[in-house]
Design a protein around this ligand. Structure first.
Ligand SMILES: Cc1cc2nc3c(=O)[nH]c(=O)nc-3n(C[C@H](O)[C@H](O)[C@H](O)COP(=O)(O)OP(=O)(O)OC[C@H]3O[C@@H](n4cnc5c(N)ncnc54)[C@H](O)[C@@H]3O)c2cc1C
Length: 504
């Protein structure tokens, strides 16, 4: 039996590995030269950068993918737990270390803010309840199959629905629990982990601080890019045929809307003659790792499909503006992950979701992989991945916006570090929301599919099995259960298990 996977992001790789292990003949088409999608890599002279994701959580998801197919993750890639998950710099001069050890983190909050350690531990206990009640249901199963709702553990989760705190916003929950605005801001930041606003997402999303502080946050030796490399190796070992530089132009369905295969052309053909006929690869099953909205528009030519119409109405998650700076000195006061908070967080999210512009004075995130992987930068240098939250791409004039934001970022970071950073930028590159859209095919450059800015978002994501096109399955950040590396991997797992159930 033949399966085709369209797109070599983490979701597509996960589905391909599981299907090949289950005995399918799998071909994976990726239009870029390398697999990984948003988890790409970029080299500028002696500096190497991860292009997208930087913080890894829920490593058990990756471990399970390897062990389920008879391999050990540690033979392919090394995850390193972060002793200090993140350095937080507040505008009032407070510097706070978010330690991976909960006791130490709670004491740090007590020392640096008006909240006490007990409040932090009680908060994380509440997040445990959210996780234990909702994680299996919302992250590991399809929410769109009846069989999910006949399971005892699902019924138990649904009976305890109130415990996942779905009726108030994350910010309201944090304001009720903590008294210091800095603690509130620190925990509000977790809404951005899936491109949403803390003033609109349900407090259920407090599952994110649970996975970060209790299950742990990790760096990857060799950078995040080592993850797609490891998955690619595993996929090839499982027998997946990987075709890179190959763009799928159409998911071919017959009159009865049954999938028949894909039409594709190599990047070279496209370059030589855009109108050149595509090749056809037959398959009984197609797993689409391409953004759902883009797939309906470009690959299925089915924009009237109810799901396509629904997705056009849903709000995409936020995007990002990324500066890649090769810095010609080391900054010992920085760690792997560093956040320089904006003084006005509500204004930041109004800009992102209401005004659709980059905040005037944005929060700045700096990730430095060379702190873990020294080869990523020359001696005494550092590779700074600098991210500010940006709105989805609606054709804003990015050429004008980029220099303005660059100045603001430099001002903020230089002020906090008490040192002008600009002269130390040896090489640089930038990625705007429009670039993210063009390079990874995400709808409007959104980082995580649709936003979670609504109580029902979890139920509105695209099902992993298409009801309209038989044999068609979806995985990746725009499908259930959503964006973020582990969730993308889980989406591939869910898609593969549905294929086993329905297509055998
Ligand atoms: C700047 C940034 C920061 C992020 N930070 C984090 C983080 O810290 N932690 C975290 O967990 N997550 C983070 N994420 C999100 C995470 O990267 C994604 O959720 C995840 O990698 C998405 O995987 P995916 O399976 O949806 O595939 P994608 O990465 O979206 O890949 C899809 C692939 O399909 C290919 N494709 C598209 N169209 C076609 C076609 N027609 N034919 C063939 N191939 C096609 C694309 O080239 C691409 O390779 C971040 C993302 C970005 C961009």
């Amino acid at each position: 039996m033949n399966a085709v996977v369209v797109g070599g992001g983490l979701g597509g790789l996960s589905a391909a590995i599981r299907l090949a292990h289950a005995g399918w003949r799998v071909t994976l088409f990726e239009r870029q030269a390398e697999l990984g999608g948003k988890a790409g890599t970029n080299t500028l002279g002696p500096y190497r950068f991860d292009t997208g994701p930087s913080l890894l959580t829920m490593t058990h998801v990756f471990e399970r993918l390897f062990s389920d197919v008879g391999r050990r993750l540690e033979d392919y890639v090394t995850f390193r737990p972060l002793e200090t998950i993140c350095n937080y710099f507040f505008d009032d001069g407070t510097r706070l270390f978010a330690y991976g050890d909960v006791e130490r983190f709670a004491r740090e909050i007590e020392e640096k803010t008006r909240d006490d350690a007990a409040a932090v531990k009680a908060f994380l206990e509440r997040t445990r309840e959210i996780h234990d009640t909702g994680a299996a249901l919302f992250l590991e199963r399809s929410l769109h199959e009846w069989s999910t709702y006949t399971r005892l553990d699902t019924l138990r989760s649904l009976l305890r629905f109130g415990r996942i705190d779905p009726f108030r916003s994350m910010d309201a929950a944090h304001c009720a629990h903590f008294s210091d605005p800095r603690t509130v801001q620190l925990f509000n930041r977790y809404a951005t982990y899936n491109g949403s606003s803390p003033y609109r997402v349900p407090a259920t999303l407090d599952i994110i601080p649970y996975v970060e502080y209790v299950l742990g946050a990790f760096a990857v030796v060799g950078g995040i890019t080592a993850i797609p490399r490891a998955l690619e190796r595993l996929a090839r070992e499982m027998g997946v045929t990987v075709v890179t530089g190959a763009e799928v132009t159409r998911i071919v369905v017959d009159r009865g809307r049954r999938v028949r295969g894909v039409a594709w052309r190599s990047a070279d053909d496209k370059e030589a003659d855009a109108s050149r006929e595509s090749e056809f690869t037959p398959a009984e099953t197609v797993v689409c790792n391409v953004d759902v909205t883009v797939a309906y528009r470009d690959l299925l030519d089915d924009e009237v499909a109810p799901m396509a119409r629904r997705y056009r109405r849903l709000e995409p998650s936020s995007s990002g503006l990324v500066f890649y700076w090769g810095i010609s000195r080391s900054c010992p006061e920085l760690d792997v992950n560093n956040v320089f908070f904006s003084p006005d967080y509500p204004a930041e999210f109004r800009a992102l979701f209401d005004e659709l512009c980059v905040p005037e004075d944005p929060t700045v995130y700096v990730n430095i992989t060379s702190k873990v992987t020294p080869e990523d930068a020359p001696a005494n240098g550092e590779n700074w991945f600098v991210l500010v939250n940006a709105p989805r791409n609606e054709g804003q004039p990015w050429d004008e916006i980029v220099p303005r934001v660059r100045d603001r970022v430099l001002q903020r970071v230089s002020r906090v570090l008490d040192r002008d950073i600009a002269p130390y930028i040896a090489v640089e590159d930038v990625m705007t929301p429009a670039d993210i859209e063009a390079r990874t095919g995400s709808n409007k450059g959104s980082l995580y599919g649709i936003s979670s800015n609504g109580r029902l978002a979890a139920f509105l994501r695209h099902p992993n099995r298409s009801r309209r096109h038989r044999g068609l399955y979806f995985c990746g950040g725009s499908a259930h259960p959503g964006g973020g590396m582990p969730l993308a991997v889980l989406s591939g797992t869910i898609a593969a298990s549905l294929i086993e159930r329905y297509e055998r």
